[in-house]
Structure formats: C-alpha cells, structure tokens
Design a protein around this ligand. Structure first.
Ligand code: AMP
Ligand code: ZN
Length: 471
C-alpha cells in the first residue's frame, strides 16, 4: 500500500507521490517558531507532528530535505529588543538556543536546514521585486510594500485555495494596524514594512527604503531558496492555514517562479491544536506550559513526546496531568517488556519480526494513524508478555522482537527504549550497592537500596545482573 496523506488543498486523503521523477527525494517545509520567548508545548505538538512526518518519510526510504525557519524578526521581538536594550541577535539567540534544546529533549530529529529570516533578506527583497514587476504588489505612500489581492485575482489567480473565502466578509472588522493605514484594500498584506522610529536598529536597506520584511514573505523566500520553487510538503499548525499559508501561496505562485503548470506546494498538511480544558493552548490565554515547566515537575521529554503523539494529528485533544500519567504508565509497560526481551535475547540480534512492523506500516500509511499504530505496539507488547510469562519465547524470537522495535522506534522516537532510563546518579548508587554486596557489607547495601527506593526506583534482579526499574 502507498503512503496516503490528507491534503488541505484538496480536502481529501491522497496518495503521497513525490515530485521527484525518481520518487525518492522529498522537500518538506514546516513553519518554525517565532523566537521571542520560550515555546509552549502546544507549539511543540506541531513540531513533534512535523518530526513524525519527517521520521516516517525517512523510514519509508525517502531522501528528505527538511526545512524549518526561525522567525527572528517580528513585532513582538522588536518590542522586547526595545525593552531589554539587547541587540536583535542577542535577544533572539537565547530563545533560538532554547528552542533547539527543547527539540532535542523531545527527541525530534534536527531539520536539515534551520534558516533565520534575518539571513534571507536578500532573497526576500528579490521576491518582492518580482511581485512588483508583475504588478501584483504596490509601494504605498509611506514606503511599505503590499500584496494586492485584487490584482492577483484580476490576473486569474485563485486566492482562497486552502480555505473557501467569502470576499465580502473577508477581514472585515480586522483591525487595520496603525502602520498599515496606507494600504489600498483591507485584505492586502504587507511584504515590506517601512522603518518606524520604534524599530530602533532593526531595519535593512531595500529599493523601497529602509524597513523589514512581513512575516508571510519570509516563508516563501526561504522555502523557495532551500527547496526550489515547487516542493512536496508544507506543514504547520491549523491556525496557519489562513492567512499565513494562503498568503504564502499567493506570493510564491504570484512571483511566477514555478515551471508552467507547477504549483508552489503539492501537499499541505496541518496539525490540530493542543487544547487545555477545551481551549487552544496559547500565550494570550495564559493556559500554557513550557517544556521547562513540565521537566521541573518531574516529567521527562520522552513522556511528553508520548503524550504529544497520542492522537491523530488532525484531531485536537486536551493536555492534562492524567494524560502524562497514562503516558508514564504505558512507557513503563513497554520498557519492562523490552528489558525482559533484552535479558532473554542476551545479544541475539535477529532479522526484525515481520508481522508487527507490517501492521505498524499499515497504520501509519493510512494518513499517519498514530492511534492505530499505538494499538499495534501495545497489542504486540501484551502478546510478548504472555509468551514471556509462559516461557515460550526463544532467545532468537526475543532478538527478532527487539530488532522490530528498533525499526518501529526509528519512527516513534521514544529513545532508550527498555534500557534503564534512571538518572546517572542512581545508576552510580546501584554500582555502589553491588560493590557493597560483593564485600558482604549488607548494612551498606541495604542502605543504598533504600536510597534508590526513596528516589522512586526499585532494583530488579535479572539473569544479566541487577537493573533499575521505576517503582
Ligand atoms: P509561533 O511560534 O507562534 O509562530 O507558532 C509556532 C507553531 O506552533 C505554528 O505552527 C502554530 O500553528 C503552532 N501552534 C501554536 N499554538 C498551538 C497549539 N495550541 N497546538 C498546536 N500547535 C500550535
Ligand atoms: Zn510560514
């Protein structure tokens, strides 16, 4: 069966067929963070979803070029730069670094390219120049440059490809920003924002005067530069469908850089929001947790990843402590089984067991049905536990099961899997306890065992020696 994915453009599930005639290379772009603060785990639901797509394409043998932009110039950033007195780079550098650390803590593969908007100003100016030359953009009296929706539509192009737009109602009532008073129509959006005194040192020269790029054009310029004018997959959270992605299409196709008959993006994918008590997790509602908040409460990146990957990417779900607890319990079940398999296999590495890998692929080929994929994994764990309890599993079969898990985990990215995930200091205590036992110092060995227990871990004796297990 082919990989099938929902395409927001056609509003249907389609076979995924790369543009590459050889069917191997895949270009994938996901809108990245605006680095004005720490991301919240709602943001990371989208980035973990992008990581799932990336990992599954890698797993399916595609050669993926994965691009994620860093928006490092924008209104909120400029306001903070002004407040803190730091330079733009000093300010955004801290949050960019934190973002990358968070990606690592959540076991996300690093994108192939992480372009910063401020390092692509030349490409942005070039693209705006093309839109002006084609009559689809105009320089307003104040030196800002806007994209004209009516001229774009007048040229026979469709604005409203990802969503059905009602042009009479569109953006009516939307507040016209003070610095956007000069545009001709309320629907038009800024490509280049002329410099204002509050921008301080944040501006670049351009043929239209000093200023900075609008947000939408950044993504068009960076994706085209790194993936070419037509590429396979574009991802983001569902709030980006309109206007951000619609505007990206208008700019990128309006610039006329594609080969005749080719689109900017073949396949658009949008992840549903992470909610808190039924409301979108967001900074503005104040109902958010950063990864750091949760790590500080004793949850691990692995448990949070498990929660973020628990539901289908097109379904919203509520983030809750119960969700984290059940993630912890399910990972403990998995780890315990994998630990037993390791002991039994005792280094026996076999070919991956076929059945479970095939079923896992069938689930994910179906528009990344992760809930079904978890069903496959935990059904398999249950069956393995039964065989382990009965003593009917051979070392060779245990080795094959572990090899199958290796394949599956290359997609799920839960890391470690089955090894002791215990903190290094507890592993050191366990080693001390072994030494004490060897020296027949049972008082000390018992004290060390109690210390380990107080930290929430127990020692389990296995054929290959004692192991730490979550209590
Ligand atoms: P931002 O840093 O605000 O530009 O957002 C980065 C990404 O996070 C975008 O793709 C958003 O669509 C996504 N996002 C924001 N809030 C949520 C949420 N509650 N759940 C899932 N994704 C979100
Ligand atoms: Zn974008």
């Amino acid at each position: 069966m082919a990989l099938r994915l929902f395409n927001t453009l056609s509003r249907s599930v389609e076979d995924f067929i790369p543009l590459d005639p050889a069917g191997r290379a895949v270009g994938m772009y996901c809108c990245g963070p605006t680095v004005y603060d720490y991301g919240h785990i709602g943001n990371f639901r989208t980035f973990v979803f992008a990581d799932l797509v990336r990992r599954y394409l890698d797993f399916r043998g595609y050669a993926v070029t994965h691009v994620m932009n860093i928006t490092d110039v924008e209104d909120k950033i400029i306001a903070r730069v002004r407040q803190t007195g730091l330079s733009l780079r000093e300010y955004t550098g801290k949050y960019e670094q934190a973002f990358l650390e968070d990606l690592d803590l959540l076991f996300c593969r690093r994108p192939t390219h992480l372009p910063r908007a401020t390092e692509h100003i030349e490409g942005i100016i070039d693209l705006i120049g093309k839109l002006l030359a084609r009559g689809l953009a105009y320089v307003a009296g104040d030196g800002s440059v806007y994209f004209s929706i009516s001229k774009y539509r007048g040229a026979g192009c469709c604005y409203g490809q990802l969503v059905n737009l009602n042009f009479d109602e569109m953006r009516v009532g939307e507040r016209v920003k003070e610095d956007e008073y000069a545009k001709e129509a309320v629907a038009d959006f800024a490509l280049w924002k002329r410099r204002v005194p509050e921008d301080g040192a944040v501006f670049w020269p351009s043929p239209w005067g000093e200023g900075r790029p609008g947000w939408h054009i950044e993504c068009s310029a960076m994706s085209i530069r790194l993936l070419g004018p037509s590429f396979d997959l574009h991802l983001g959270g569902e709030d980006l469908v309109f206007p951000h992605h619609e505007d990206e299409i208008a700019q990128s196709e309006g610039a006329g850089v594609q080969a005749p008959g080719k689109r900017f993006v073949k396949h658009w994918m949008h992840g549903a929001h992470l909610l808190v008590e039924g409301k979108k997790m967001s900074k503005s509602l104040g109902n958010f947790f950063t990864l750091r908040d949760l790590l500080g409460k004793g949850w691990s990146g692995r448990e949070i990843r498990r929660v973020l990957l628990s539901s289908h990417y097109r379904e919203t779900f509520n983030f809750s402590t119960e969700g984290l607890q059940s993630a912890r319990a399910s990972l403990a079940r998995l780890d315990e089984c994998l630990g037993k398999l390791r002991d039994l296999a005792a280094g026996n590495a076999g070919e991956p067991e076929e059945g479970v890998v095939r079923e896992f692929i069938e689930a994910l080929d179906d528009d990344l049905n992760i809930a079904a994929a978890w069903g496959v994994v935990f059904g398999w764990v249950k069956e393995l536990n039964r065989q382990l309890a009965e003593g009917t599993l051979t070392p060779a079969k245990a080795g094959a099961a572990l090899a199958a898990w290796g394949r599956i985990d290359s997609v799920l990215g839960l890391g470690g899997g089955g090894g002791t995930e215990a903190p290094p200091e507890l592993v050191a205590l366990l080693a001390d306890r072994q030494a004490a036992r060897k020296a027949k110092d049972f008082k000390r060995s018992d004290a060390l065992r109690d210390q380990i227990k107080a930290a929430g871990w127990v020692i389990e004796d296995t054929p290959s020696g004692p192991k730490l297990k979550k209590a």
